[in-house]
Design a protein around this ligand. Sequence first.
Ligand code: ARG
Length: 466
Amino acid sequence: MENPATKAWSGRFEGSLHETIYKFNASIPFDIELIEYDIQGSKAHAQMLGETGIIVLEEQQKLILALDEILDEWRSGIFRPDPEAEDIHYAVEKRLIALAGDLGKKLHTARSRNDQVAVDLRLYVRDHLDRIDTLLQALQGQFLNMAQDHVETLIPGYTHLQRAQPVSLAHHLLAYFEMFKRDRERLVDLKKRVNISPLGSGALAGTTLPIQRHLTAALLGFSAPSENSLDAVSDRDYVVEFMSASSLILVHLSRLSEELIIWASQEFGFIALTDRCSTGSSLMPQKKNPDVPELIRGKTGRVFGNLVGLLTTLKALPLAYNKDLQEDKEGLFDTVRTVENCVQAMTILLAEGIVIRTERLAQAITEDFSNATDVADYLVRKGVPFREAYNLVGTIVRTCLQENLLLLTLPLERWQQFHPAFAADLYDAIAPQQVVAARNSYGGTGFEQVRGALGRAQAWWRDYKG
Ligand code: ARG
């Protein structure tokens, strides 16, 4: 094989590149990921070259057939780009020339690798936005299934990780449904800005040849050609936006992961881990570890890092294309892989990896003072000013703690010593089921509200077109 490092670029070059610098410069080890998008972009470009008469129609047909053949060869494993090629664009072009002869050398007419790579990257992001949306849809479906089964299952609700007020488990699960709903909406919003065609911007300034940018944009399913060639070849905002949207997906997954890890601990015991998604310890035979949520929590750091990395690469970059931009890819591909893997793993974990310990939850909500607000609300309904009621209930809680009692086990005569407004109906008002049911404000945890919210979530999920 000809050593590509000894190849001179064009007539302009007399000498050849240092071999180490050749490798340093190359992007083929990672931009191979773009191969199918590169072929897709080239087919549209070839078609346009034919339609506009820049090449003749027969040439157009041959180029498109040869590009299709390269795609088939790639998919069937016959074509594997030369690992020594500089980048995927050259690798495909070289294969095209091998298949179509000198005609292959016409493909790059009126195009630069700068607009070519910008097209490839936009097609790649657009495609993965759709895939991630589908994965998030499945994850949301899992929350809906679980919520349906647990409207009346109670779980301690926390603020500051201190027991606050009990809530419906479905309400807790639907909180995550909302987060992933916003995530999906963000992806759709971002797609508007991804879906613009930079093809035809040339190296930076456009081209002297009579190309039709609207045609290539339409052929590739883009909504419009970009307005400014300088911006088009150097814009990576949409990658930053994608990485930022991905970071929020991971924020949400990591919060859920943390909760699952805590819930699986012996101290909480709200869920048990099944053998499907957990592993043991090599030393301690009693252990079952929540590897999946721990890994998701850990991978979140990588996704944030990729975002900050790209922002830093773009900072203060002068117009237009600079080789710095080649550094956009590895972080992007890593983020895509990580988000896709994490969303999928979480969906499997929720479906098969955990069991909700309802008996333990039922016990947990009776062993604390999370119904204290309801005592204050009870007094408010009897005409006592809230602040006064609040202070009094604080005193009652302190007394109970001293005497190792709970509000539900404090005898009625003791209540009445604290305030004459307390009557026997107090016990019903502060029973956990009633405490939750009574929070019937819109968006609250009352069962009626949760049923309404679940119905709206199901309708949104069914009708939403990502
Ligand atoms: N491999 C390059 C990249 O990823 C392709 C564009 C190269 N353009 C150039 N003018 N050297 O950015």
